[in-house]
Structures are given as C-alpha cells and as structure tokens.
Design a protein around this ligand. Sequence first.
Ligand code: PRT
Ligand code: ZN
Length: 291
Amino acid sequence: MLATNGRMKIAIQRNGRLTEDSVALLRACGLSFEFQKQSLYSPCSNFDLDVLAIRDDDIPEYVQDGVADLGIIGENVLQERNARVHILAALGFGGCKLMISVPQRSAIRKVSDLHGRRIGTTYPTILKAFLRDNKVKAEIIELSGSVELAPSLNVADVICDIVSTGTTAKMNGLRTFCTVLESQAVLVANPAAMRDKKKRAIIDRLMIRVQGSQEASGKRYLMMNAPADSVARLKRVIPSLKSPTVVPLAETGMVAIHSVVAEDVFWDVMEKLKKAGASDIIVVPIETIIR
Ligand code: PRT
Ligand code: ZN
C-alpha cells in the first residue's frame, strides 16, 4: 500500500502512450504541477489533487481500492481488470481497437471460423467474454507480451491484440479481421470518493473543467471584419456562423464578426469567407468553453 498524505489523488500512466495526453488534459484543466516521470507524486499547487504516476495496469485496482480517487486509463485495461470504478468521461485520446488478427493466408473469414483455434492474447478476460457471446469454443493462450510473434512461433494460431494503425500486424504477416473492443482513455473515480461530500465537490469542479476543455477541443475562435451588407452571405459560408456575434465598427457600414469554427474545416472556411467579403480574419485557440 502506498503512503498517503490525505490529499486526493489522480492516477495517470507514468510513461507510455497515455502519459502526454493525460498530463495535457490536466494542464488544460488549469492544474499546475511539475510532472517528472521518475517521481511517483506530483502535487498540484492550485487544486486539491496530487498526480500519481504509475504503470497503467495498476490504475484500475488503485482506483477501485481507493489508493487513488481518480484515474485515467484505457477502456481495454479497465475491462480486462474488471475493476469496480465509476466511469466519469470518455476522453477522446488513446484510441485503439482490440482485434483478432490471423495469418495473411489463413482461411479464417468469420468469427465462427475461430472454433477450435488457439488464440494468443494478453486480454484473456475480454476475449473469453467475446468468445462466449459469439458461442465460439477456442483455446485462449495467455501471453505476457510480443503477442504478434505468436503465430510465427507456432505458440498460437491467431492473436487478439491492440491495433492502432495496423502496421505491427501487417509487418508480422497478419491480417486483422474482427474487432473485439473499441477503446479510448476514460476518466474513472473510486465509488466511495463519489459518495464522500468533500471529495465529490472536488471531482465535480474537475469535471466542469474537463468538459470545458473537451468542448473547446477541435475548435477555434474566429474574428473578422466585413461590410455589414455581407453578413447574410458570410452566414451561408459556415453553418456555425448561424448566430455569430456581430459588432458595429467605428467605420460606418463595417462590422466585426466573432464565432467558433471547427479546426478541421477552418482553412476551407477562411478562403470562402475572404471571397464572401471578410477581411482581417483572425483565428485563435480556445482553451475552454463553459456552458
Ligand atoms: O508501462 P505501462 O504498463 O504503463 O505501459 P504499456 O506498455 O502497458 O502501455 P502502452 O503505453 O503501450 O499503452 C497504453 C494504452 O494506450 C493502452 O492500454 C491502450 O489503451 C492505448 N493504445 C493506443 C495502445 C495503442 N494505441 C497501441 N498501438 N496500446 C498499445 N498499442 C500497441 C499494440 O499493443 C501493438 O503492439 O501498439 C502496437 C500496434 O500498433 P499499430 O499502430 O502498429 O497497430
Ligand atoms: Zn501496461
């Protein structure tokens, strides 16, 4: 058991694929802390929370047992560990799929073809449930790593492993054919912490900030000047300009228009706005949107 100083803790992955985004999310929530991969605790100087950096596999149990009150963890690990925690929010990063992959030339095309095969995985719990739901009887070979090598080493016939781009599977002569679980990072809480009045107040404050930063993510704030008589035309250019803020400028007949625009379309939109009469277009990042 870890020594505790009585402050609330949020467990995040110490050093891995979720670390950077987890730290960035907490910083986007206004939490100020020095994050060093080698130190276990990083206290927040402006919020009643310490950041606890540990291996991702330990996060579900730590949050379930109350060693940490909150945690950020992939749904894949959470489900595999079967931890009793409260899921507060899906965070939109750490996206991946738990997939079954088979050797390129395998005759396996559908889930029922897995009948009687040996499936190598580090996710035996999730795989077992998947096979049961699909009424497939196959042998689960529990591995601890390098799952993609199992078919070529004849340790298993097929594998069930995390896939993101699919490159690893391909490089090992495998073809992905079926998704067992779609996963992303989630924010979880200890159920007892959710019932504790003081802790709940801190969790609620954090959640407002998480939602605000999620609301802002992928969006930019757009400001431009335009002739007042072009406003209707500009509104047709971007759907989100339906109810923009329109402010008259000192120069007669000119207005300033402010609105929010999605990051992925903003270059297209800018060109169209310019053609429709807008000038001095400024685009700035949005940190948070509190509704
Ligand atoms: O040391 P620690 O135990 O904390 O870290 P870890 O090595 O167990 O986990 P890590 O950092 O590799 O992954 C943390 C979490 O990131 C996972 O639990 C997933 O929720 C998520 N995630 C997102 C991924 C991937 N993408 C991913 N591509 N986890 C693993 N991979 C691996 C996969 O296992 C395979 O080996 O990447 C390879 C496949 O990648 P592609 O792009 O070639 O398909
Ligand atoms: Zn791990």
